[in-house]
Design a protein around this ligand. Structure first.
Ligand code: URA
Length: 453
């Protein structure tokens, strides 16, 4: 086999088999295949696409370049939630302790923010002392004891993805549905899961800008997960506007604490409860098969809406009774974070400077463009342009008003938090432009666009 022939085959629209992917990926990791050949292959795959069988094969090969956790010693079903990335998306931080409080194990391997999108690890690291780097042994132990654990990708988990993602980032080959799917799933399938809920974001702040692309990605992701025996459901949710009101790491942690205390905006709560209900639903589905040894866990092909609504009500009750908040305190403490931040969020990093943004005309806010707000937040220091950049945990943006609100010219609609004013004027311009004002109230914002089984 020669890399040249494989690249040529893909360039000409052929389909590759597992051995060919294995040759390429292993050769790349061992240094026998250089960056320039792998880049050529990635561009050929980007332009020609990969069919579902190829996507599953590539995922399998990438997954097996690292360790696959065996968590079968856990009594509870192991269910994760993964988002394709957005602005103000702090759902994982609320869901991990919330779903653990319902008796489901939540092993999460999460990522960092890049460009206009935020990352769960950066948000959690704004909690003083919180550790996201841990050994797999510590991860298991935390999960076993507390029911939820969140850590970063280690060198042992799907190392091929790390290398390929870095190369895709500089060769304009990130936005490819099969490459995104194999990248996400190679990491998720290493977690030793029974079930997975995918939050596929659609809109200006998401990778997928159209419903058509979001549905295509959701379908490839669910098929890939299910073909590995992990019961996988994708929920397509709105990312045209930031989720909730806070964008930026410590600001988002404060908002998570408010949600767990029962104070939340509807969009954030709606997405959180919908995804959480699906996690509990899949956990029950898996448990039923475990209770009947010898039966395989079937793929979910239809939904019992009453059971799903019950799961949502169970989560609401955990929030109302304070059990979800207790679980969050426990989760923060187990990962080394200072639990005092929950009673006293003022202990989180705060910015030295703030600047208000006012609207210049009266009317109704039609939408607050997620990509513009995310980019502005990154420019204030909350995010990074390249993976190796540092970030400022205190920086970010609070949205005082969101779509549907009536505003008068001169009303303050957002507040920028920052320590470094190097990019302030650009951030102010972007946030000002993000608020689209019209004469009539917009139609209701539909957060949950579609569920793909
Ligand atoms: N997130 C990932 O983990 N991989 C991609 O390719 C895109 C988003």
């Amino acid at each position: 086999m020669r890399a040249y022939e494989i690249i040529k085959k893909k360039r000409d629209g052929g389909s590759l088999d597992k051995e060919e992917f294995q040759f390429l990926i292993r050769g790349y990791l061992s240094g026998e295949i250089p960056d320039y050949q792998m880049s050529a292959f990635l561009m050929a795959a980007f332009l020609r696409g990969l069919n579902e069988e190829e996507t599953v094969s590539l995922t399998d090969v990438m997954l097996r370049t690292g360790e696959v956790l065996d968590l079968t010693e856990m009594d509870a079903p192991r269910i994760d939630k993964h988002s394709t990335g957005g602005v103000g998306d702090k759902v994982s931080i609320i869901l991990a302790p919330l779903v653990a409080a319902a008796g489901v194990a939540v092993p999460m391997i999460s990522g960092r923010g890049l460009g206009h999108t935020g990352g769960t690890l950066d948000k959690l690291e704004s909690i003083p002392g919180f550790r996201t780097e841990m050994s797999i042994i510590d991860f298991r132990h935390t999960l076993w004891e507390g029911g939820a654990a969140i850590m970063g990708q280690t060198d042992d988990i799907a190392p091929a993805d790390r290398r390929l993602y870095a190369l895709r980032d500089v060769t304009a080959t990130v936005e490819s549905i099969p490459l995104i799917a194999s990248s996400i799933m190679s990491k998720k399938l290493a977690e030793g899961l029974n079930g997975l809920v995918l939050d596929v974001k659609v809109g200006s702040g998401a990778f997928m800008k159209t419903m058509e692309d979001a549905e295509a990605l959701a379908s490839v992701l669910t098929n890939t997960g299910n073909s590995f025996g992990v019961r996988t459901v994708a929920v397509i949710t709105d990312m045209d506007e930031p989720l909730g009101r806070a964008v930026g790491n410590a600001l988002e942690i404060k908002e998570c604490i408010n949600v767990l205390k029962g104070r939340s905006d509807n969009d954030l709560l709606e997405v959180t409860l919908t995804l959480g209900a699906w996690m509990l639903y899949i956990a029950d589905w898996v448990q039923r098969a475990v209770d009947n040894p010898g039966t395989e866990v079937p793929r979910i092909t239809s939904v019992d809406e009453v059971a799903l609504a019950d799961k949502r009500a169970e989560l609401e009750e955990l929030i109302e009774t304070g059990k979800a908040l207790e679980s969050f305190v426990d989760f923060v403490e187990r990962q080394g974070g200072n639990p005092e931040i929950i009673a006293n969020p003022g202990l989180l990093p705060g910015a030295s400077q703030m600047k208000q943004v006012q609207v210049s005309k009266s009317g109704y806010i039609q939408r607050v463009d997620a990509e513009k707000v995310g980019t502005a937040s990154m420019l204030l220091g909350a995010g990074r342009q390249r993976l190796e950049d540092g970030i400022d945990h205190a920086a970010g943006i609070m949205l005082n008003r969101k779509s549907g609100a009536a505003v008068q010219a001169g009303d303050t609609v957002a507040v920028l938090h920052y320590n470094d004013d190097g990019n302030l004027s650009e951030a102010l311009r972007l946030v000002g432009e993000a608020f689209e004002i019209g004469p009539e109230p917009p139609g209701p914002r539909r957060m949950i666009r579609k569920v793909v089984l």
